[in-house]
Design a binder for this molecule. Structure first.
Ligand SMILES: [Zn+2]
Length: 265
C-alpha cells in the first residue's frame, strides 16, 4: 500500500493566529512541531495499516515547516514548491492507494476558523459550481483526477462538516473548533493519538466509497479582495470579469481549473 499525505498548519490543534503559522515568528515553533507530530502520527497509522511507502507533501506557505527528523524512516518528504498546478498535492498520481489531509482548515468565506481562507489569503473566496470551495475540495478533486480517494482528514470542525457533506464516507477528525477570533482545541497528545488510531482504522476499512466523482463541468468563481487584481486576472484565457472583484471561468477539464488557480491565486 502506498499513501500520500498533504499537510497544512492552520488546522493542527492549537494554531489560532497568523503569527503561529509564520516561519521566523517567535510563536511559530510550537505549531510547526505540532504539525510534524500530527503528520508523523498519520504516517504511523498508515504504516500500521500496511503502507510500505508514505509520501508527505509539506503544503503550507514556504512548504518547509515539517522537521524531517520527526518523521519515520519509511516516509519521504517533498519540501518547497515544485511550481506545478498540483500545488498542495504535488507528486500525487495514480500509483497511490489513498490520500490523507492533515492540519487542513476551513475555507475562505467561512466563519469557522480565525485562519479560514482558500489558497491565497488575499482572496475573499473561491466557488466551484456555486459552492464555496475549501483547499480540501480543490485537492480532493485533484486526487480524483488520478482515481485516488481521500481516506482521512484532520483539521477544524467547520471543515470536517464540509467534508462530510461532500462525502460522508471520508473519515474525519476535528482537533479544534473556531469561534470568532478564537479556537477551542483538544490536547496536542490526544490529537496525535487519535490521528494515528483513526488513520489506521480508516485504511484498514473499506475506503472505496470515499472516492469522489468529478463533476462533468466546472463553473469557477474567484472573489478577490482588490478589484485591481480581479481586473488584471480577467485577461487569463477563458476568464472574464463578472463584477469588479470577481472573475468567472468554466471548463470540463479539472486540470484546467488547477492551472487557473496556479496562475490566478
Ligand atoms: Zn497553510
Amino acid at each position: 500500500m502506498k499513501i500520500y499525505i498533504s499537510a497544512d498548519i492552520e488546522g493542527v490543534t492549537g494554531a489560532t493566529s497568523w503569527s503561529e503559522a509564520e516561519k521566523n515568528h517567535n510563536d511559530y515553533g510550537v505549531f510547526s512541531d505540532q504539525m510534524t507530530k500530527e503528520v508523523r502520527a498519520a504516517c504511523e497509522g498508515a504504516f500500521a495499516a500496511g503502507a510500505k511507502e508514505v509520501y508527505v507533501k509539506d503544503a503550507h506557505d514556504s512548504a518547509r515547516n515539517i522537521n524531517m527528523n520527526g518523521l519515520p524512516e519509511y516516509a519521504v518528504l517533498q519540501r518547497g514548491w515544485a511550481g506545478n498546478p498540483m500545488c498542495m498535492v504535488s507528486g500525487l498520481d495514480e500509483s497511490f492507494d489513498g490520500a490523507l489531509f492533515i492540519g487542513y482548515h476551513s475555507r475562505g468565506g467561512s466563519g469557522d476558523s480565525p485562519l479560514a481562507h482558500t489558497l491565497d489569503t488575499n482572496l475573499e473566496y473561491i466557488k466551484i459550481n456555486g459552492r464555496y470551495a475549501s483547499e480540501f475540495l480543490i485537492n480532493a478533486y485533484a486526487a480524483a483526477l488520478y482515481g485516488v480517494p481521500v481516506v482521512f482528514l484532520s483539521g477544524d470542525k467547520g471543515l470536517t462538516e464540509e467534508v462530510n457533506e461532500v462525502n460522508k464516507n471520508i473519515k474525519t477528525l476535528a482537533v479544534k473548533e473556531g469561534i470568532g477570533n478564537s479556537t477551542i482545541n483538544i490536547h496536542p497528545d490526544k490529537a496525535v493519538r487519535l490521528i494515528k488510531e483513526e488513520t489506521e482504522s480508516a485504511l484498514k476499512g473499506d475506503y472505496s466509497l470515499s472516492k469522489i466523482t468529478l463533476p462533468e463541468n466546472f463553473e469557477i468563481e474567484i472573489g478577490y479582495g482588490r478589484h485591481q487584481t480581479a481586473y488584471r486576472n480577467s485577461f487569463y484565457p477563458g476568464a472574464y470579469l463578472a463584477s469588479p472583484k470577481v472573475i468567472n471561468y468554466s471548463t470540463k477539464d479539472y486540470y484546467e481549473v488547477l492551472r487557473l488557480f496556479h496562475f490566478l491565486t
